[in-house]
Design a protein around this ligand. Structure first.
Ligand code: FES
Length: 192
């Protein structure tokens, strides 16, 4: 005959192995979760490392080079230019084309003080440098501010078709301090 107490003991003793098994399963699941997380972190590091290296590899195809416009270019026929200052090639080639009654020449748009690009002010009939205030007349000759000499002029010639070719790598200088003036040299202007 069994009493109530022995029944409780039997029931408690049968629950203990089940609880142990459940705890073992929980700890295994926890270990598995930790293992999966660790694996994910490792793979993330590997992919991150490979990704950064791949980007560095791609960077080689985009060197830090300065792409300058071609120094030799056509600007059209002399008849394409009206009297005065033409700004069509300022943004692309950094020059102004100046047409006068008897000649055409090309001013290289670089201030002779420290190299800024002056602006053409039609209302004042002058070029004005925004950096330190140098002023140049409509032929690019300095008359105010710190600029020491007129702006340089680019080489010009007619090609066989009659178009004007400009070469900004060949500049003609007028420098009163040095006693040189090449503005009337062949190639510094075109008779029109
Ligand atoms: S760079 Fe033009 S005035 Fe100084």
């Amino acid at each position: 005959m069994s009493d109530g107490k022995s029944g409780e003991v039997t029931s408690a003793s049968s629950k203990a192995p089940a609880a142990n098994a459940s705890a073992a399963l929980d700890s295994k699941a926890a270990a598995k979760t930790v293992n999966t997380t660790r694996r994910r972190i490792v793979w993330a590091c590997i992919w991150g490392y490979l990704g950064v290296n791949f980007l560095m590899f791609l960077r080689f195809f985009f060197p830090r080079a300065l792409y300058e416009p071609n120094t030799v270019f056509d600007i059209g026929f002399p008849t394409d230019f009206a009297l005065g200052i033409d700004q069509r090639f300022l943004m692309t080639n950094r020059v102004w084309v100046v047409r006068e009654p008897d000649r055409l020449f090309v001013i290289f748009a670089r201030c002779t003080h420290l190299g800024c690009t002056p602006e053409w002010k039609p209302a004042e009939n002058k070029f004005k440098c925004p950096c330190h205030g140098s002023g140049y007349d409509s032929e690019g000759v300095n008359f105010e501010g710190p600029a020491p000499r007129p702006m340089d002029r680019s080489f010009v010639q007619l090609d066989p078709t009659g178009k004007i070719t400009v070469d900004t790598s060949r500049l003609f200088v007028d420098d009163p301090r040095a006693g040189v003036n090449h503005f009337n040299d062949p190639g510094a202007f075109l008779n029109v």
